[in-house]
Structures are given as structure tokens and as C-alpha cells.
Design a protein around this ligand. Sequence first.
Ligand code: EPZ
Length: 428
Amino acid sequence: MDKFVITGGTRLTGEVSISGAKNAAIAIIPAVILSEGVCRIENVPNITDVTAITRILQDMGAVIRSVNKSTLEIDSRPIRSYVASYELARHMRASYYLLGALLGRFSHAVVTMPGGCDFGVRPIDQHLKGFSALGASYKLENGMVDVYSDQLVGSNIYMDVVTVGATVNTMLAAVRAKGTTVIENAAKEPHIVDLANFLNTMGADVRGAGTDVIKINGVEHLHGCTYSIIPDQIEAGTYMVAAAATGGDVTVGNVIPKHLESISAKLEEMGVEVEEYDDAVRVRRTKPLNKCNIKTMPHPGFPTDMQPQIAVLLSIARGTSIINEGIWDNRFRYVEELRRMGAQISVDGKVAVVEGIDHLTAAPVKATDLRAGAAMLIAAMCAHGVSSVEDIQHIERGYENVEEKFRALGADIRRVHVEETPSVARAV
Ligand code: EPZ
């Protein structure tokens, strides 16, 4: 269990290159199960969530070759079982994408119930609604989800809530079903479009991804392919906010600016300069930050996965800002940590009120989840003094080479190994 020790106060300057999108990669890699050929996936981020999902596929029999640091060649033809390893899958929520992929290939899937996480209950009722609409039955017992069908048949599904996961899982189950499936009120995130493009590269017939109606004409066979994953919208946004928080001047390269529109718009509203290029954005902050209000929404709204990071920026802006968390019930756990650095934030349910202060002050803090951990890094970089950020394994789930990338921008960040102390049973 390592920690980062960060000395704040350095303006971040220079260039950073964004890696492949985590939330696209952990949907596309399971989708290879549907292929009857070898798939070469490029621009795969080197992060622990990807390691976890590839290990599950290998455990089931897939042959995965690492061509270079960001390219995998996956042959899922040797997979014979539709049961994913409980031990391997239970540690990773997104293992539930194996349900749609295994169901689509074997008409049967048995995968562990997804774990919750630090920001509230994470139901799968809409995933199960999608599978049922396609003619599958399911049972939830012994901590496993068991979904099975004699024959998946295309159908119309209206999602009660906009859900990335259920949209992905329904797409995976529908691409080889008999007939046509229409998903209404579908999620429109960039990683949904990326998955649709990958499936179509394998020979599927998926139309409308990126709109709220996705139409899928089932096909019998999907072949191998070569595909490159889109850049990570949230990694890019994290570096954009870090540049703004430190009063820096950073060019964030290898991005799709359109995916960053809501983040750029909010930064500009706060007085940050954002210049867009073909595949890069330059972020500069030369004057005090203005307050602004944030409401997290499904894409193309402001992403919930950028909420902790923007909260750090608002905590050092002039004035009072309001953050409305529109997606998750409890995504403000990180606020307790930020308060240790002097942030003036009060939380009431899904609303946070941020009173801007002149600057944060260093403190020992913890990463409570992936994006909260990224926010702690930003806070430590703009705080006065030396901070430590513990439990950085959360950050490494979704940020490739985070220490090297920030150090290359001038951050004073170093990794320190922490001996794991056996947990002491609390005196009752
Ligand atoms: C994905 O989670 C992302 N994870 C999350 O990013 C992200 O926060 C979330 O989408 C929203 O954009 C991955 O892509 C691996 P949802 P997911 O289903 O699919 C409710 C990160 O930091 N809901 O879109 O689990 C749910 O409670 C992670 O990279 C149901 O009610 O999220 C929530 O309120 C954190 N029933 C809303 O929908 C369901 O069956 C959105 O959830 C499913 C979801």
C-alpha cells in the first residue's frame, strides 16, 4: 500500500499525453468474448482495472498477448465456460460486463453480483430489465447473477434511468440475438460510442450510439478485428483541472476536444483560458478563479466522474459555488478529506456548498475512491506545504503512470512505500 508525498505550490507547465479511456477499455475487452477471431486492441491504458478484466478472461481460457505497452491481442475462442471466477471478479465492479458478453455468446452467464463502492448503492435492475426483454431469465443467489436463455430475441427496451452499464450490457447481449433490438433512453457517453464502433468493426450492426436511441440488428457471427480505443475524457479533464488549480499552463494532448466540451465550458466560466486544437487542449490560468455552479448529468452534461476534481478548484475560487450531484447518492465522501486541507464545504445529501478560500493547506489525506483520489492529488499540488495521499491503489485503477505524468509537468510528487500494518482488532 503506497502513498504519494506531494509538496504543493508548483505551477504545472508543459505537455501531457492522455492514455486510452478506462471506461471504454473495460467494456471493449469483455466484448471480445463475442468474437470468433483474434482482436488486436490498441491504445489500451496500462491501469489496474484493465489488468483485472484481462486476468478474468485469461482465467476463463482466453489467450492474451501483450504486443507492446498499450496493445493487446486477445483470442477468446478457447473460452469454454460461461462462469467467471468469483474470486477475480468480485474485486471489480465492471466485471458485470461479462454478463452481457457471455450471455451473447453462450446464452448463459454466471458472474458475481457487483460490489458497491464508495458513493452509494449501485443497482443492476436495468441490466436485468435489458436481459429479460431479450428473452433471458435470471436468478440472484449465493452472491452470483445467473442469466440464461434458450435463444436471445431482439426487443424494444426503454431504460428507466440513463445508465452506462445497462446500456453496455444490453448492447453486448443483443449484437448476436435474433432480430432487432432498440434501446431507448440509452446512455450517450463517448465510451458507449467507442464500444458500438468496436462491435461494428467486428461485424455487428449497431446504429445510433451517442444518441438516446440505439438500434441493433442481430448478426450470427462476429469476426476478429483491429481497434484503437478513444482517449480518456476523465483523465484529460483531471489534468485540465490540475493545470487550472496550480495556476499553470498545460497542453493536454491526444484528446478529442468535443468529449471535453462541458469541462472546458466550466473552466472558462471560472476564468480559466482553454484553447482547443485538433487533438489537444491548452489550459492556462493567470488570474483568480471565479465561483460557478455545477450539476453533474449524463453525457453531454458535466461528468459525475469530474465532480471531486472540480470541487477542489471551486474550494479556492472567489465566492460561493453549489455542486449538485445528479447521478450518485453519496459522492461527497472525499469532502471530509478536503476539509482536512482547510476547504470550506458543507454537504446536504446530493448538494455541496463550497465557500472559496484563498488557498488550501497541506495535510495527510486518503484516496476514498478513484476520482476522489485524483482530486486529492490536485488539492495537494495546489496546497501550501507537504501533503501525503494514502491508499493510492484507488488512483492506479484509472490513471496510467500518474506520478510520472504529473512529475513531467513539474509537480513535486514522490511515491513512498507504506508497510502494511496488520489491522488491530478494535477493543470492544
Ligand atoms: C459508469 O458506472 C462508470 N463506470 C462510472 O465511472 C460513472 O460514474 C457512471 O457510469 C456514470 O457515468 C464504468 O463505466 C466502469 P450507471 P455505472 O449505470 O455504469 C443508476 C469511474 O470513476 N442505475 O450509468 O455503474 C445508478 O444507481 C466510474 O470511472 C440504476 O438505477 O453507472 C446511478 O444513479 C465511477 N439501475 C445511475 O443509474 C441500474 O441497473 C447511473 O449509473 C444501473 C444504474
